[in-house]
Design a protein around this ligand. Structure first.
Ligand code: SF4
Length: 174
């Protein structure tokens, strides 16, 4: 059976178990391709949109080896929102499995809520936490929970959508 373009995802890699990419034990998918090119980025090899490996959603999901010990999955990068159909498909998979979704993006919340993409709107509806904004080397701080620079926020997505304003996750630390 031929796989449609919308069912493919270009990734830089997968980590089946991580404790540093969000609360709890989480699977992590690193998307390939990033338009932000932040100075001091830890993953510059993820920038090229034609790099990494092109896989089906099912192949990426099986690489995660999702199981009930996991709290959910994290979509990182690269820029996951550069492949919104793939990000949405993985979000649906983790919801079906009973887990939650954490999404990293180099876009600020105020900008991404203006995006017209129906996939991004649906994806936000399935996202629990979102870490927003580019990495800024001049605001780098080593003590921040799950983030590299002070401008990045851990946003409670469902509360933020309800209030139409970014609401910080209650366990955010600064
Ligand atoms: S958004 Fe993330 S992956 Fe992209 S350049 Fe910035 S730090 Fe690197």
């Amino acid at each position: 059976m031929e796989i449609k373009e919308s069912e493919l995802i270009r990734i830089a890699g997968v980590i089946p178990e991580s404790v540093v990419d969000g609360p709890g034990l989480r699977g992590v998918v690193f998307f390939q391709g990033c338009p932000h090119h932040c100075a001091g980025c830890h993953n510059p090899e993820t920038w090229k949109p034609e790099g990494g490996t092109l896989l089906s959603i099912d192949e990426v999901w099986s690489m995660l080896r999702y199981n009930q010990l996991l709290s959910g999955i994290t979509l990182s990068g690269g820029e996951p929102l550069a492949q919104p159909a793939g990000a949405l498909a993985l979000a649906k998979k983790v919801k079906e499995a009973g887990g939650n979704l954490l999404l990293y993006t180099g876009y600020q919340w105020e900008k991404l809520t203006l995006f017209k993409s129906p996939e991004i709107k649906e994806l936000l509806g399935l996202t629990t936490l979102l870490i927003d904004g580019p990495f800024k080397i001049e605001e780098k701080a080593d003590h921040l929970l799950f983030r590299g620079s002070r401008n990045q926020r851990i946003i409670d997505v469902q509360s933020s959508l309800g209030r139409k304003n970014p609401v910080l996750w209650e366990k955010s630390e600064d």
